[in-house]
Write a protein that binds this ligand. Structure first.
Ligand code: SF4
Length: 431
């Protein structure tokens, strides 16, 4: 042996993971990682109606898998959620009937350790079953999650055999759709399969996305993953975890909005989009503004036009975030005084809608000739169009007596001129 010894240097450990980056962000993570920086500003409490619906449906399906009941977890009257649930339930019943599955399990959380390439199944702490507790920076250390563990839930998995009789692990992920279009679920399925295979010590996984719409289920997005595929995924995840934490460039594209980037209101690309947005202002208006920068390139190529679309999406997000910040400031400080002396604030506004589910309410509307205004959603406008304003007002009062009005209150934000103490308002007829 020569005097030289081979010294192997272990790879540097990956930086701690941002706790709220779960498996469901895998696709976005591979497309752009700027948003994953520990200090990137995320959109607070963003949960769209469809993602709330998706969460409820996942709980309902988990309950159906374990105890045969899930419908009760969905709000009554939400016809879309119920239709999606029925489709998913029928799919699962048929799947179970194949007889090749053993020990079907649902909604289990797993952690994949980026430092050791190992994984484990997590046990939900009491009271936090089925929640994303592993994404909470306070709860993670309390329940023994390491800073380098990437966590997420697997919707459904079971041991089984494939068509040739080989032992295999099946994994399914529900994708509930409220729109006709859908994106592929490959990245999330692959990361879930990697975690599951490492945790359970198996090297063959068949991962399937179960795309559910109100009227159908499509389970043709299937990935058959063997040992080489799982190693390839582990290498990709390694590379992702070791991207320099402070130097990733934002990589914009349709994914910013389509994959719900949580930092799309704050990333440098958004700010660039804001500047680009200035260039969308008509030239005659721009001419009246101080000339601070030249007008940008027109969309004369495919790439430039595609960028305009992305910029417009990002601008919308930026506008939403700015409006929310302004309103929050107004709420906390009793309003915002603008340059005209007006006060911008939120004032509670109450609205009333007819509630024709109350016994006798339909009779009131019919008695006044409003037959055609009676629809799934009956509005005052439809009623006024049909029977005129005076009768519609009468109907409203009669419905009020019957307690057949849905009343809701919400803040309306606008700038108002404050009333001057002691001043009287007088209106003069224009001559
Ligand atoms: S908005 Fe787009 S470019 Fe910016 S961090 Fe998110 S994914 Fe990346």
């Amino acid at each position: 042996m020569s005097g030289l010894e081979l010294i192997t240097v272990p790879p540097a450990p990956p930086p701690p993971l941002r706790p709220d980056v779960t498996f469901s962000y895998a696709a976005l993570a591979f497309l752009c990682s700027w948003w994953m920086q520990i200090d990137a500003q995320w959109i607070e409490d963003e949960e769209s109606e469809s993602s709330q619906g998706g969460t409820l449906l996942h709980h309902a399906m988990s309950s159906f898998s374990t105890c045969g009941k899930g419908k009760e977890l969905l709000p009554e009257g939400e016809t879309t959620l119920h239709a999606l649930y029925v489709q998913a339930k029928l799919w699962l019943v048929e799947r179970r009937g194949t007889g090749r599955l053993i020990g079907l399990r649902s909604e289990k959380a797993f952690a994949y350790d980026l430092a050791t390439r190992t994984a484990r199944e997590l046990v939900d702490p009491p009271g936090l079953e089925g929640t994303r507790w592993y994404a909470d920076k306070e709860l993670r250390p309390l329940h023994g999650i390491k800073p380098t563990e990437w966590c997420g839930r697997v919707d459904l998995w079971a041991w089984g055999t494939d068509a040739a009789g080989n032992s295999v692990l099946y994994l399914w992920d529900y994708k509930f759709h409220f729109q006709p279009d859908h994106l592929d679920a490959r990245a999330q399925l692959e990361v879930g399969a990697l975690a599951l295979s490492r945790a359970l010590g198996i090297t063959r996984v068949i991962a399937t996305a179960v795309h559910v719409w109100e009227d159908r289920v499509d389970d043709k997005e299937v990935y058959e993953l063997g040992p080489a595929d799982l190693n390839r995924i582990a290498n990709e995840v390694d590379a992702l975890a070791r991207r320099p934490a402070n130097d990733p460039q934002p990589l914009d594209g349709a994914h910013c909005k389509a994959r719900y980037c949580p930092a799309r209101a704050s990333c440098p690309t958004t700010r660039a989009a804001a500047e680009d947005g200035i260039n969308l202002i008509p030239a005659e208006r721009l001419a009246k503004l101080p000339p601070r920068r030249p007008v940008g390139e027109p969309a004369t190529t495919n790439d430039a036009a595609a960028w305009k679309l992305v910029a417009a999406d990002l601008l919308e997000e930026l506008a939403k975030a700015m409006r929310a910040e302004g309103r929050a400031y107004a709420d906390a400080n009793g309003g915002i005084v603008d340059s005209e002396g007006r006060v911008f604030s939120g004032q509670p506004q109450t609205t009333e809608k007819p509630d024709l589910t109350v016994p006798g309410a339909v009779d009131v509307v019919l008695a006044h000739g409003g037959d055609f205004a009676i629809k799934e959603v009956t509005t005052w406008t439809a009623l006024e169009d049909e029977i005129g304003k005076p009768l519609a007002l009468k109907v409203r009062e009669e419905l009020r007596k019957l307690n057949a009005l849905n009343v809701s209150t919400f803040p309306v934000y606008k700038a108002r001129t404050p009333k001057v103490e002691g001043a009287k308002t007088s209106r003069k007829r224009a001559s």
